[in-house]
Ligand binder design. Structure first.
Ligand SMILES: *Cc1c(COP(=O)(O)O)cnc(C)c1O
Length: 829
């Protein structure tokens, strides 16, 4: 350590709160010595990361406490955002940005002989989510804090987050994500804020003091949920909200009177079983059937969160539960937390002795539900026998909710028993099950979709009957992304250019990007714009070289598709385009085509065989294309392993072309599409999800549109779709499929891709072949436009300039005004 800490009255205070580079440096040294206890000779960048993180947390602590203090009396309404996933991304960079002390931290590290970027790169991101849904929750927390709205995020502290992806011989291999291995400097554990959660057992009827009949749940097991708080600092404000994550532990660890070894080890076993609940995040896109641990996770975090909310309301704020809807808005992020409807009823009726009608009024007035998918296989249901075994009291409550609800349906639609069956909370198809989307809908006063098209389709398809009953409950809230992380942090080059040309307010008012419009044709500005993009592409090329071992030329078009691998997202359509270009070049190696680097990234659910085969196909094409001198002067293909928020921050800003090519009607919104647009990528896309609104904002001439529309998809499917028809009519498509089948990309192996080809030829559930010709035509237009740099750059600038709508600040302001009725509260004024 270079110098001792100077003595003095304010030394302690200063070292924890002062934002000066010198104080930060001393704080880092202090934490290295006293919190990490590392001898100076053994210090590595990882330790500087940890010490800086602790120093930054200290600097948020006063605001965090003040914010909590300001909200604690609940004199202003608070949003409680319940989500089984929060995909936060690295905290350090975002906290430095939001505290506006990036330069100070850089100077402090430099003074300590450390490289700022290297130290920041040491953070293992908390991968507590699968993809878009979890990332949305994280963007919303950032916006709530920045807009100074009282908010608490509630979720699960998974010990192992989303698996890490490695590629071996082109196949995805999963490894455990050990994000907590080096400790987590951001969280504060508060064991005194623990709640007990039951599981299994039976119910019994008893009488309360007024001799009214009351039901009590006698669980078979009880586990404890332990509170972990993480600060969520708003940008440029004092507000520092909380993300509360629950970790499961045994109630009375080893406290049994264990006089013999058998009892002792049984007690240990109990602890092991309890702690299993929050062990690991489930990957999506896999059937949840029979996964009782997943139901346990959902109930566990919902029960802890609701108990915490009622504890705040009654014990801290000293208010009655009858005030709940005026003090708290609870938002259900998809159906994962929808057991909250039954659990809140149980807490009100069984544990507070409210009568049914009042409890129901409170519940519905408090809850809101966001739907995230129309895919029938993704709509959550639980087998009734399993549900009954573990949550017997909740099943009774759901039966009662259902019976009262179906009476209402019968009154409104007399004689329509078909409708009653469709709307029931209990499904009958293939064994009885609980329909969680119906539970969430019936228990909420507000139901929303996540893009204009999606919200319309909700009303026409999966929730049609509910819309007809309660049209006033439905609305749309188009998703957004935070401009702080995905522009300010991820794209420092563009940030500097924007600050220099249109001023700094864009980070809190993204609509101000419109001031770029007059510059779109300015040659000097265009040149600066291209220089920034070129720098971002060079940065990504370095990353691709070091992670995938493939060299890319930053002068080429970077054509990027990063997102979960799923058939509906159609990475295989993209692959067919690459093979088409390959085929053209093999026939005519002198063909003039715009040079492109195709970059992919994304994880496949471990049990999703077809998605894993698509990854293998992309890597097989990459191997062949990159090694073939006939084509590798024009085409390169790279699959970046382990796509995450961290790698995304390098990838999104480097795109020239963003691939948003899902089958129309299948992608609820997408948010990756928005991250690309904000950073100046042009989009090739279908009329799906938020693409529709992005194209409206950008102007049709600045968006590469192709493919069937949702009504055309519905029409084609309902009249009988025959992929063979499209193969017969298209020679190029026939050749492309033939190349895969004959083993051109698999060293002559004609078997490996057969399941994929057979699926396309005989079923093609996502209409890849029906959209192939239109996609290829559109890609040819993309190539033509690329040849005219001024035209391309103009479109790129206009895409950024018109992306303001897709800020999560806009989305959150809508939720606050139209669903939650949550106002701005200044902290520390
Ligand atoms: C934004 C994001 C997603 C969502 O991408 P879509 O293209 O909307 O599917 C998924 N994963 C990560 C890591 C993200 O940052």
């Amino acid at each position: 350590m270079s110098e001792p800490i100077p003595p003095g009255d304010n030394a302690c205070e200063d070292i924890r709160t002062s934002m000066s580079p010198d104080a930060l440096r001393k704080a880092i040294e202090d934490h290295l010595r006293y919190s990490l206890g590392r001898p100076a000779a053994l210090l590595e960048p990882q330790h500087y990361y940890h010490a800086l993180a602790l120093a930054v947390r200290d600097r948020m602590q006063q605001r965090w406490t003040d914010t909590t203090q300001t909200y604690l009396d609940l004199s202003k309404k608070v949003t409680c955002y319940l989500s089984a996933e929060f995909l936060m991304g690295p905290h350090l960079g975002s906290n430095l940005l939001n505290l506006q002390i990036e330069e100070e931290a850089r100077a402090a590290l430099t003074a300590l002989g450390q490289d700022f970027e290297t130290v920041l790169a040491c953070e293992q991101e908390p991968g507590l989510g699968n993809g878009g849904l979890g990332r949305l929750a994280a963007c919303y927390l950032d916006s709530l804090a920045t807009l100074e709205r009282p908010a608490i995020g509630y979720g699960i502290r998974y010990e192992f987050g989303i698996f890490s992806q490695e590629l071996r011989d082109g196949w995805q291999v999963e490894t455990t994500d050990t994000w907590l291995a080096n400790g987590n400097p951001w969280e504060i554990v508060k064991p005194e804020l623990s709640y007990q959660v039951g599981w299994g057992g039976h119910t019994k009827v008893c009488a309360d003091e007024n001799n009214n009949e009351r039901v009590r749940w006698v669980p078979q097991r009880v586990v404890k949920g332990v509170y972990y708080g993480t600060p969520i600092q708003g940008y440029g404000v004092n507000t520092c909200n909380t993300l509360t994550l629950w970790s499961a532990s045994a109630v009375n660890a080893l406290a049994l009177d264990a006089f013999n070894a058998g009892e002792y080890y049984r007690a240990v076993q109990d602890e092991v079983v309890s702690e299993t609940i929050t062990k690991v995040l489930y990957p999506n896109d896999e059937p949840a059937v029979g996964k009782q641990l997943r139901l346990a996770q959902q109930y566990f975090f919902v029960s802890c969160s609701l108990q915490d909310i009622l504890h705040l309301l009654e014990d801290f704020a000293g208010r009655s539960v009858r005030e709940l809807p005026d003090r708290v808005a609870i938002q259900l992020n998809d159906t994962h937390p929808s057991i909250a409807v039954a659990e809140l009823m149980r807490l009100l009726i069984d544990e507070r002795d409210l009568d049914w009608d009042e409890a129901w009024r409170i519940t519905v007035a408090t809850m809101g539900y966001t739907n995230h998918t129309l895919l029938p296989e993704a709509l959550e249901t639980w087998p009734l026998p399993m549900f009954e075994q573990f949550l017997p009291r909740h099943l009774q409550i759901i039966y009662e909710i259902n019976s009262r609800f179906l009476d209402e349906v019968r009154t409104r639609f007399p004689g329509d028993e078909d409708r009653v069956r469709r709307m029931s909370l209990i499904g009958e198809d293939g064994g009885k099950c609980i329909r969680m989307a119906h539970l969430a809908t019936v228990g909420s006063h507000a139901i929303n979709g996540v893009a204009a098209l999606h919200s319309e389709l909700l009303k026409e398809t999966v929730l049609k009957d509910f819309y007809e009953l309660w049209p006033e409950r439905f609305s749309n809230k188009t998703n957004g992304v935070t401009p702080r992380r995905f522009l300010g942090l991820a794209n420092p080059g563009l940030r500097a250019l924007l600050d220099d040309t249109i001023g700094g307010d864009w980070m809190v008012d993204l609509e101000r990007l419109r001031r770029l419009e007059p510059l779109a044709d300015d040659p000097a500005f265009q040149q600066r714009w291209r220089t920034v993009k070129r720098g971002n592409k060079a940065r990504l090329a370095d990353y691709v070289k070091s992670t995938a071992g493939i060299e890319l030329d930053p002068e080429w078009m970077f054509d990027i598709q990063v997102k979960r691998i799923h058939e509906y997202k159609r990475q295989h359509l993209n692959a067919l385009h690459i093979i088409s270009l390959y085929n053209r070049l093999k026939k005519n190696p002198d063909l003039e085509i715009a040079p492109r680097a195709f970059i992919f990234g994304g994880k496949a659910a471990p049990g999703y065989t077809m998605a894993k085969l698509i990854i293998k196909l992309i890597n097989a094409i990459a191997e062949t294309v990159n090694a073939d001198p006939d084509v590798n002067r024009r085409l390169k293909v790279a699959f970046v392993p382990n796509f995450s928020v961290k790698s995304g921050q390098l990838i999104y800003p480097a795109a020239d072309l963003s691939e948003q090519i899902s089958t129309a009607g299948k992608e609820a919104s997408g948010t990756g599409n928005m991250k690309f647009m904000i950073n100046g990528a042009l989009t090739i896309g279908t009329l799906d999800g938020a693409n529709v609104e992005m194209r409206e904002e950008a102007g049709a001439e600045n968006f590469f549109l192709f493919g069937l529309t949702t009504p055309e998809v519905q029409q084609l499917v309902s009249t009988g779709y025959h992929p063979s028809y499209y193969i017969e009519g298209n020679e190029e498509l026939r050749q492309v499929l033939g190349l895969i089948s004959e083993g051109r990309f698999s060293h002559g192996d004609t078997e490996v891709f057969r399941p994929l080809i057979d699926n396309l030829i005989h079923h093609d559930p996502f209409l890849v072949l029906a959209d192939y010709a239109a996609y290829i035509d559109c890609q040819d237009q993309v190539s033509d436009t690329w040849q005219d740099p001024a035209a391309w750059t103009r479109k790129s600038i206009l895409n950024s300039a018109r992306s303001g709508k897709f800020s999560s600040d806009r989305a959150i302001a809508e939720y606050c005004d139209e669903i939650w009725n949550v106002q701005t509260v200044r902290v520390g004024d």
